[in-house]
Design a protein around this ligand. Structure first.
Ligand code: GTP
Ligand code: MG
Ligand code: ZN
Length: 310
């Protein structure tokens, strides 16, 4: 009998990144391993850093295991931070994202919500809206949350504290890879702990003075869901710069504008001042939220000015 001496690469998924080391799930095993300096990438990516959700090939060598290859990414969620030169990939191969905001504290910010939703659409990730902490009252979100329902988004109203809405949220995650994102302190980690107490994710406190979260989660983690699927807990975001999005692509990232935009007189209509613009008409007729339209125009202005490209 010959023993096989050829080391065979095994496929694994990256569940956390710690500088030069990554944690991978390989079958039932969790390993913390280094990656090769000259990693083999199977596609051209702007940001050649491993992220959670990356599917990789791990080689078992005599000295231990090492990540040798990165498989093509099905989806790539990217953001640009104000102080950073290059965009950063947040996670790979995510199917859907739950964009979390708090009903009252920290104060919900629909503009940031719009940015996060656009980033998901652009990345080909299905966005879901989750208003958490509904035990604090819904007065602040009531004036505008209906805009998102009208636009066709699925909306969950939850409380990680009272467990309201948790069953529905849990069902939406089954069998899929779902990223939780949103500002710090809205309860992303608390929701995940409520879904599966075994995660034991650290939860923060809200500063009484500012009502802001404190960035308790510091690094993204991919966690297996009991029963199949994965969730990703991410650190809170204050701002979210859109990257690699052309101004003319923006209307396709607003579901309520997409079909209307195709019916405008000019194929390259910016839906601002052009004549015979179906988008503006729908806004004037009250069929599309003027707040969402204003948000579209503001983002379009920023993209056209290249604010998130330099
Ligand atoms: N009242 C109330 N408090 C909640 C609820 N969910 C979470 N919290 C509290 O909100 C605080 C922040 O929760 P976290 O889960 O740490 O928030 P996070 O979004 O993960 O924040 P970062 O990790 O900093 O991005 C904690 O004190 C939680 O106990 C809720 O449904 N109702
Ligand atoms: Mg957290
Ligand atoms: Zn138009």
């Amino acid at each position: 009998m010959y023993t096989c001496l050829v080391t065979e690469a095994q496929e694994a998924v990256v569940t956390a990144v710690f500088g030069p080391l990554v944690r991978v799930q390989l079958g039932e095993e969790n390993l913390v391993v280094p990656f090769r300096r000259r990693l083999l990438w199977h596609e051209d990516t702007q940001d050649r850093r491993l992220v959670v959700g990356d599917r990789v090939k791990v080689l078992r060598e005599r000295g231990g295991a090492v990540v040798a290859e990165v498989l093509p990414r099905r989806t790539t969620l990217m953001r640009k931070s104000p102080g950073e030169e290059r965009p950063r990939v947040i996670a790979a191969n995510v199917d859907q994202a739950v964009v979390v905001l708090a009903a009252k504290l920290p104060e919900p910010n629909p503009r940031l919500l719009d940015r996060l939703l656009v980033a998901c659409h652009h990345a080909g990730i299905r966005p879901i809206v989750c208003v958490n902490k509904v035990d604090q009252g819904l007065e602040l979100v009531e004036p505008w949350i209906g805009d998102y329902q009208d636009a066709g988004y699925e909306i969950f109203l939850t409380s990680a504290r009272t467990a309201r809405g948790m069953g529905n949220l849990k069902r939406a995650l089954a069998g899929r890879t779902t990223l939780f994102c949103g500002p710090s302190g809205v309860g992303k980690s608390a929701l995940l702990n409520a879904i599966h107490p075994g995660y034991r994710l650290q939860e923060g406190s809200i500063s009484d003075a500012t009502g802001k979260g404190r960035h308790t989660t510091t690094t993204a983690q991919l966690l297996p869901l009991p029963g199949g699927g994965f969730v990703v807990d991410t650190p809170g975001v204050k701002e979210f710069g859109l990257w690699d999005l052309k101004p003319e692509e923006l209307s396709s990232c607003f579901p309520e504008l997409q079909t209307l935009a195709a019916q405008c007189a000019f194929a390259n209509c910016s839906h601002d001042r052009e004549p015979d613009c179906q988008v503006r008409r729908a806004v004037e007729d009250g069929k599309v939220s003027s707040r969402r339209y204003a948000s579209y125009l503001k983002l379009r202005g920023e993209l056209a000015a290249g604010l998130y490209r330099s």
